[in-house]
Design a protein around this ligand. Sequence first.
Ligand code: GLU
Length: 295
Amino acid sequence: MSVQENYRGRFAPSPTGSLHFGSLVAAVASYADALHHRGNWLIRMEDVDEGRTVKGSADDILRTLEALGFEWQEPVIFQSRRKARYADVLAWLAKQDLTYACRCSRREIAAQATSGIEGPVYPGTCRQVGVKDRTGKAIRLRTGTEEICFEDRIQGKHCQVLSRDIGDFIVRRADGYTAYQLAVVIDDADQRINRIVRGADLLLSTPRQIYLQKLLGLPHPSYAHVPLVVDRQGRKLSKQDQAHPVSATAALPGLLSAWHFLRQSPPPSGIGSPADFWRWAAGNWNINKLRSSTR
Ligand code: GLU
């Protein structure tokens, strides 16, 4: 990023259960990085897929973050309240002929697809068909053959050719919900987020998001993807597993475990509260410790 306006970071949990240790690690990394740069830090509830939302979990996550001493500067935004905005952008993309409706089933796709880096590459069956009625169909974005590269602050240089590695991807699902890839790009731009620190499971999504930013004429944030917390089988912890919920009553131990996982130097003795911890962490966060550990 050439001209860096004031740092604006964010944490964007999906309210599908209580905060678990894996998302706490992403929250601690993004908050510590924002504090270290004297930046703003915002929270966005990613409840775009309302079928997965668990009632009460957004409040539960916010209460836990508060107990752990996190402070956010602006009101929390909810994706479920931004449908009109997403629909406007989808209409604009359609008008530019950048999208098309797709009625292929998973089975039809699997029969013809080559395999990409995240599963089957959509074979482009509906690209030329010109499906007029878009209701009840998925909407796909036409991808290009140019290489998209970015320099991740932790993982280093990462490149993809979307048409080869991913294929034309879904921006509106057949059930009518906006796809995560599009919602996240619109929201980050509307919230003027310029530094993204999040879990490494989204590293492979980033070129899709950069491509959308280009098409929509939006600025590109910088990215840092922190190592994922995995279970004994090597799978990402997920809220659905009820995995390792973070306790609001053991705030400091939770923060210290996340800090340790992020390979940061241990704080001095005498840190007795989350507030003490964050005061100290602001000056001592060093993202490069993750860089050397992952490369
Ligand atoms: N909502 C996503 C999650 O909970 C994070 C998305 C992002 O940080 O871009 O994993």
